[in-house]
Every structure is written in C-alpha cells, then in structure tokens.
Design a binder for this molecule. Structure first.
Ligand SMILES: NC(=O)c1ccc[n+]([C@@H]2O[C@H](COP(=O)([O-])OP(=O)(O)OC[C@H]3O[C@@H](n4cnc5c(N)ncnc54)[C@H](O)[C@@H]3O)[C@@H](O)[C@H]2O)c1
Ligand SMILES: [Zn+2]
Length: 498
C-alpha cells in the first residue's frame, strides 16, 4: 500500500477522451490494477450496455453505474476508468472526492466526435453530432468541478503529458505516485520556491540559484552530490520546479544522475509551460555557450498550474507571450485565433489554461514526430535564427530571449513573404500584436556585422549556412530553407531598424 490520502487514480472525461487507453498505460507503469466502470456494470447486469439502455432505460443504467463506482473506488492501488456520464451522480462525485486522485482527460468536442465515429463500438448516447455536442457542454462543468487535475487528452499521442492541477492542493503532493515513486527530490529555483511553495513533500530540496545561473556545471555537481548523499535511487523521482532555467537544470541532473532517473517538470513561468518543460531537451550552459551540454530526457509528466503565473514579472510574461505568438503562427487554427484576440494582460485562469494547453499540445505533437531534432522539430525555431543571433551579438545581456524572438519573428515573416509566398499582411499584423503585448519590434543595440557573424556560428547551420524556418501560410511552416546572403542582410537591417 502506498501512503497518501488517495487510494487510487480515477480517470474521468467525455466519450472518446481515451480513458481506457490511458488507464491501461498508467496501470502498467505503476504496477497497479486497472478497472473500468462500464465493464463492471456489464458484469453485474450480465448484458452489454446498449441492451441495458434499451431494456431497462438510462436511469437503471445510472443506478448500476453508481454502485459499480462505489465498489471500485474502495479499491487500493488501481487505475479506474469511469464511464463518461458517471460524474452526473452526486454520490459518485462525493466518493471520488473522498478517496481518488481524480484526473480529467480533457478533449475537444471535435476530437471526441472524430474518435467516436471512427470506433465501431455501440454508444447509446452518441448517435448524432448535435446531441453529442450538447451533452458535452452540459457535462464539462461537472468534470471540471470533480477533477483534481486535468490532462490534455489531445496531446496523449505526443510527448510528455501535460497535467494541470485544478482543485485540491493536496493533489500536488501526490505527484510521485503518478510515476510509481515513493520519494521525490525537489530541485527548485530558490525564488520560486519562496513564492509558490513546494508541490511535494520532498526527501531533499536542492535550491537552485535564480534563473540562468542555475545552468552551470558547479550547480549540477552540487545537486548530484546532494542526491547521492541522501541515497536517491532509480525508483525515486526528481521534481524540477521553476522557470525554464530551473527545469532545464533539474531535468539535466535527472538525466545524468545514476545514468538517468525519472523526473516531473513543474514549470512556473509562461516560457516553461508552453515551451521549455516540453520536448525532452534538458541542459546546462558553458561559459559563453548556452545549452552546450545536455541530454534528451523527457519528463514523465509536465505539471503546469496557470494560477502561478499571477506572480510572474511583467517582462517574463511578455517573453513567454513571444513564444506563444510564435506557436500560434506555426499552429494556425484555433490557437492563432486565440492569440490574435488576446487582450493585453494575462487573461482569466480559464483562458490561460486553454492557451497553455494548446501551445503545449502543439509542441508535444511536433516533438513526438521528431524527438531528436533531425527534421520537422526545426519549425520550432521560427524567428529564432535572426533572433538568437541578435541575442548572441548582444552578449545575452541587454535583450532577453523572448524579446529577441519577438524581434526575430518580423524578419522571418518578411522573408516568408519574399520567398515562401506568405501574405505580406501577416508581418504587419504580428508587428501590431507585438506592440500591444509590450514586446520590441526591433533592436538597435548591436551592429549588423556582429549579427551576421553570430548567424554564421548558429548551432543549427548546415555546412556553414544557416537554414531558415519560414511560413507559406499561418499554420504552414517550411524548414531548412537556404536564403541568399543579400536578402538575409536586408532582413537583418530591418530587424535592427525596428
Ligand atoms: N529545453 C527546452 O526545450 C527549452 C526551450 C525554451 C527555453 N529553454 C530555456 O529556458 C530558460 C528560460 O526560461 P524562463 O524564461 O522561464 O526563465 P527563468 O527560468 O530564468 O525564469 C525567469 C524568471 O522568472 C522567475 N519566475 C519563474 N516563475 C515564477 C513565478 N511563477 N512567479 C514569479 N517569478 C517566477 C524566475 O525566478 C526567474 O527570475 C532558458 O535557460 C532557456 O535556455 C529551454
Ligand atoms: Zn525560444
């Protein structure tokens, strides 16, 4: 038996959210039993669910389901997938609250319907799209109210699953249980730790210097030593808490300590939630060479609490928003609509949640198709070639990374208009968007020759020539584009002029 206030993990969510699949995967990882309320109902009734609906009606089914959940929620160390409508019962909701770590698999109505349609299975409540959508809207608030945490179900086929804590703070202390670990080592940005507190009761807390200063060999060495002194083992877990610098450093320590222990990323900055904590890249810096030492070591879970962003300094929020704009341009669709309509400021928790989920899901999807950055993952560098060169030319001091990305997006879009057929209006739209979100649209603090030189030394260049990511349309990136030097010079000139 594993100590803690919860006996088991319950998965709730709409039809088509993938509860049974995830329940199986989680149970296997944890070495727990797996259970399913629909199967339990069928076993007790001695007939399949469509027949129960047909012969006895929905009310009779709900009663059977309530009893099934009551029995299952007494189980210890089990992952329980609940039928989509189970949480309509107040009794069931209470039972979950009392004994289960309840995770909502959140899925869009479109994805849910697509998955249901593709299944041959007989679902009495999924007969036509309109009724399906109404039911979805009715149940959504119930799911949110009943859940301790939310997982983006759209993202499950991708990289690290994104888990968003929703209600009970105690749920966070259950993090180690999610990976089947008993003990956790918390590796955290010391300023963030003071502000937000520890998400877990750790065996050891390693306090990192604030921000980029965490990403050094000396700090990693200190962390390895602390873990070794305390006897952290492979069956334990590292939890990395803080902005992207802290999760990069903690992930790197986890990747290298005893040749790799599992870790959970708990990003607390916008950059961390939409970018740094997702995708498996961990690392530290060498003097003058950012991210030169590292490992691909994806977190088991990425736990992002959008509520924490309230305390993020204004400039850090803006830097994160530059990456959000980049992601919106790459993903297009609903995410780009959201980004364009975003009012200056941080939005409501609900809006932030959707924004982060969609950005994280996009990145996870790209990473899943190219985990080791051999091809398509390059698209994530939109705006980063010239942006990063400006940052490097400025010696990584006077302009922040996100600001440099903002500045770099504009020449990338201008070049896209010149050689990839992008509507030139997009550059103007993005310029206005950057201004609205207090991001720079140019940087005069360096000279063109230094930027050109930094571009030549770009880690991602091929045979000494930098390859660009451009957009054919919003939502349609191309990568590996070789561009004439004259055009590159013009683009750099524009970025420096603003
Ligand atoms: N691994 C990747 O794929 C990847 C991708 C992008 C960026 N990164 C890395 O991420 C780092 C940048 O991340 P960042 O912008 O989060 O920087 P950061 O980690 O330096 O955090 C920025 C500042 O915000 C503070 N902070 C963080 N969360 C806070 C909160 N909730 N309330 C108040 N203050 C808070 C931190 O203490 C710090 O001072 C860089 O090192 C970069 O290389 C990695
Ligand atoms: Zn970036």
């Amino acid at each position: 038996m594993i100590p803690g206030p919860y006996r088991n993990i319950a998965l709730i969510g709409f039809m088509g959210s993938g509860k049974s699949t995830l329940a199986g995967q989680l149970a296997e990882r944890l070495g727990w039993d797996v259970a399913d309320s629909d199967a339990e109902v069928e076993r007790e009734a001695g007939k399949p669910i469509p027949r129960i609906f047909l012969e006895d009606g929905e009310a009779a089914f709900r009663e059977l389901e309530e009893r099934a959940v009551a029995r299952l929620s007494e189980r210890m160390d089990a992952v329980i997938a609940l039928g989509g409508g189970a949480i309509t019962s107040p009794i069931t909701r209470e039972r979950l609250h009392d004994g289960s770590f309840t995770v909502l698999l959140d899925v869009s109505v479109q994805t849910a319907w697509r998955r249901i349609e593709a299944e041959a299975e007989d679902r009495p409540l999924a007969v036509e799209a309109r009724g399906f959508a109404d039911l979805y809207e009715q149940r959504r608030p119930l799911y949110h109210a009943a859940a301790d945490a939310l997982v983006d179900a759209e993202q499950l086929e991708g990289g690290e699953p994104l888990l968003v804590p929703l209600s009970r703070p105690a749920a966070l202390s259950e993090l180690p249980r999610l990976v089947g670990a008993r003990r956790a080592a918390l590796i955290a940005d010391r300023a963030v730790l003071r502000l937000v507190g520890a998400p877990v009761e750790p065996l050891v807390t390693v306090r990192l210097p604030v921000g980029e200063a965490a990403k050094t060999v000396a700090v990693a060495r200190q962390a390895w030593t602390r873990l070794a002194d305390l006897g952290l083992e492979r069956g334990d877990v590292v939890v990395g808490l803080g902005g992207g610098a802290a999760t990069d450093a903690a992930g790197f320590v986890a990747a290298t300590y005893q040749r790799g222990v599992p870790w959970i990323a708990a990003p607390t900055s916008l950059v961390g939630m939409v970018d740094a904590a997702i995708g498996g890249k961990t690392g530290i810096d060498l003097p003058g060479a950012k991210n030169y030492v590292g490992a691909f070591h994806p977190a088991e879970w990425v736990v992002a609490d959008p509520g924490l962003l309230e305390t993020l300094p204004v400039r850090e929020w803006a830097c994160g928003f530059a990456e959000v704009i980049k992601t919106g341009l790459l993903a297009g669709g609903r995410l780009w609509e959201m980004v364009q309509a975003w009012e200056p400021g941080r939005g409501s928790t609900e809006q932030r949640l959707e924004l982060i989920r969609r950005c994280a899901a996009y990145k996870a999807h790209v990473v899943a198709s190219d985990p080791r950055e051999q091809g398509m993952r390059a698209v994530l560098n939109l705006g980063h070639s010239i942006g990063h060169a400006i940052e490097a030319a400025a010696g990584f001091t006077s302009i922040a990374h996100g600001e440099a990305v903002a500045v770099g997006l504009l020449p990338a879009l201008w070049l896209s208009g010149k050689v990839a057929g992008l509507d030139p209006a997009v550059e103007g739209d993005v310029r206005a968007l950057l201004r609205m979100h207090e991001l720079p649209t140019g940087f005069a603090g360096v000279d063109a020759a230094a930027v050109r030189e930094a571009l030549r030394r770009d880690k991602k260049s091929v045979e000494g020539r930098v390859r660009f990511v451009l957009l054919e349309q919003v939502g349609k990136p191309v990568w590996g584009v070789d561009i004439d030097d004259e055009l590159i010079d013009l683009a750099i000139g524009r970025a420096l002029a603003g």
